[in-house]
Design a protein around this ligand. Structure first.
Ligand code: IMP
Ligand code: MG
Length: 213
């Protein structure tokens, strides 16, 4: 298994002018993501040979990662989603709420669970518990980003794109208050954006409660 790359924000790439107010620095460029996804998909293909797998992806943060990952997987697979949101304030995770349940039957199947970022681990811990109860043959987990320093629950991912320090990051599917998911890179959000609840920069309304997914 190729080790996840450690990223400390020294890519040297410039934040595009239209994002400079919100994004302090590019942590992982589009090109770095593409290269790493290529490696990850090869790894997954080696581990999941022959049997049809079920890819279970968590909404909404995995949209870009999932699309790019599975288009490089030359394996028979079926795809389903679980919707999970965490209601917390600012950048802290709060109570988990399931917004969409799994529809495919995973009993006896090989499952690949995909999430955008493994932070405290509360989300994956809850979702893994739910999936294991459905008796799949095996479950492997795949995340684009891992913030190991922040872990509260004892959860590890089998496939990790990048190990990152404790920055709040956005882009490539990751959001703050549902914004910035469309940025093609992973960037570090300016502290002022989440301290001010976006109101200075983006919106006339403040965001006391934020919905993460
Ligand atoms: P956990 O339950 O604390 O592991 O958090 C997992 C979820 O929190 C992720 O799926 C994201 O939706 C969100 N999250 C955690 N850290 C970040 C971040 O740095 N940027 C954006 N979302 C994050
Ligand atoms: Mg998420």
């Amino acid at each position: 298994m190729t080790a996840a790359r450690n990223v400390f924000g020294s890519s040297g790439a410039h934040v595009p002018a239209h994002s400079r107010k919100e994004v302090k620095q590019i942590l992982i460029t589009e090109r770095e993501i593409a290269a790493r996804l290529h490696e990850l998909s090869r790894q997954i293909e080696r581990d999941f040979t022959r049997r049809e797998m079920v890819v279970v992806s968590l909404l909404n943060g995995t949209v870009m990662f999932l699309a790019d990952l599975i288009r490089h997987l030359s394996l028979p697979l079926r795809l389903d989603f679980i919707g999970v949101s965490s209601y917390g304030s600012g950048t802290e995770s709060g109570e988990l709420v399931f917004t969409k349940e799994l529809r495919l039957d995973v009993r006896g199947r090989d499952v690949l669970l995909v999430d955008d970022i493994l932070d405290t681990g509360k989300t994956l811990y809850r979702v893994l518990g739910k999936l294991r109860a459905l008796k799949p043959r095996r479950i492997k987990t795949c995340v684009l980003l891992n913030k190991a320093e922040r872990r509260v629950e004892d959860v590890k991912a089998d496939y990790v794109g990048f190990e990152i320090p404790d920055y709040f990051v956005v882009g490539y599917g990751l959001d703050f208050a549902e914004r910035y998911r469309n940025l093609p890179f992973v960037g570090i959000l300016h502290e002022e954006v989440y301290k001010e609840g976006c109101k200075k920069i983006n919106s006339p309304r403040s965001h006391k409660k934020r919905r993460k997914s």
